[in-house]
Design a protein around this ligand. Sequence first.
Ligand SMILES: [Zn+2]
Length: 287
Amino acid sequence: MSSKFKRMDGFHRLESLWRIEYKAITMEPFLTRGVSDELKDEIGDLLGKTLPKPDLDAVPLIMDNKAVLTGNAVKGIFRHLLSAQLTHAGIKVCVQDVKVRPIEPGSQKQSEDKVKEMGRLTQCSPDNPCFICTWFGTASRQGALYFSFLKSVKDIEEILVEEPIPMVALAEDTNALIATRGMGRFALLAPLKENVEFRGWIKGENLSEEIIGAIKEVQDMSEKGFVQFGGFKTRGFGALRIEILKIEKYETAPFKLRKSYEGDELKSFLDECQRKYHSLLDRGSRS
Ligand SMILES: [Zn+2]
C-alpha cells in the first residue's frame, strides 16, 4: 500500500494551470494516416513525379499546408508507454473497459480475470482513479492533461520525401492501411523526411511533480528512438525525438503567470520532477 501517488486536488478546484511547450523531430520517415483520395492526389502532384502506380497509398495528414498529428494520437502514445512502465514497476493502473474484449458474450468474470493476469486493474471508478486515469482521463471523464495538435514548422513541400517509398504489403501487418483496404501487394508511401520539426504543447490542470516527471521520462525514451507515432511503425517509421522547451505555471485566482522555466532552470526542475516519478516507481517495486 506504499505505492500511493500524489492525488490531484480535484477538478472542482483549479489551483494551477500548466503549459508545457515541446518540439518533436522525426528520426525516421514519418507517416500519419491521411486517408482522403483528394489529399493523395495533391501529394502526388507535389512530388511531381511519374509514379510507378497511379495513386499513393498513404500520405501525411495535412492542415493549413503543415503536416499534423492529432492531440489524441499523441496522448495515446504517452498513456500507453506510462501505463506499461507503471505496470512493470508494480503500480496498478487500470485497463479501460473498451480495451477488454469479453471472451464470450456476457462473460464479464473471465475478462476481469484476464485483466488481473496482465497485472492491471479493471476500469477505475470515477471517485478512485488510478495514476493514469487521474492525469489522462477515463471514458466518462476528461483527465487533467490536454494535448495540442503537433504541427510541422515547415510547409509540406519542404518536408516530404523526394521519392515515394515502395513497399510490399504483408497481410499480417495490422498497422498497414494498405492491407485493410485491399490495395494489392505493392504500396506507395509518401512519408515525411527525417529531421522534420514539429511543435506542440500540453495543457495541464493541477499537475503534480510526479506526472511532469513522467512526461520527462517519455522524453528520455524518445531520445533513443523508443517513441513512435503515426502509421507503419512495424516498417521502421515514426520515431520522434521529443524535447521540452519551456514550462509555464499559472496561478488561477487571479489568473497570472507564477513561473516560467527555461534553460538551466527548466533542466533542474525536470530532473527534480523525474526524481519524484522514479521514487513512485520505486515504491511500486517494494510494495
Ligand atoms: Zn484507471
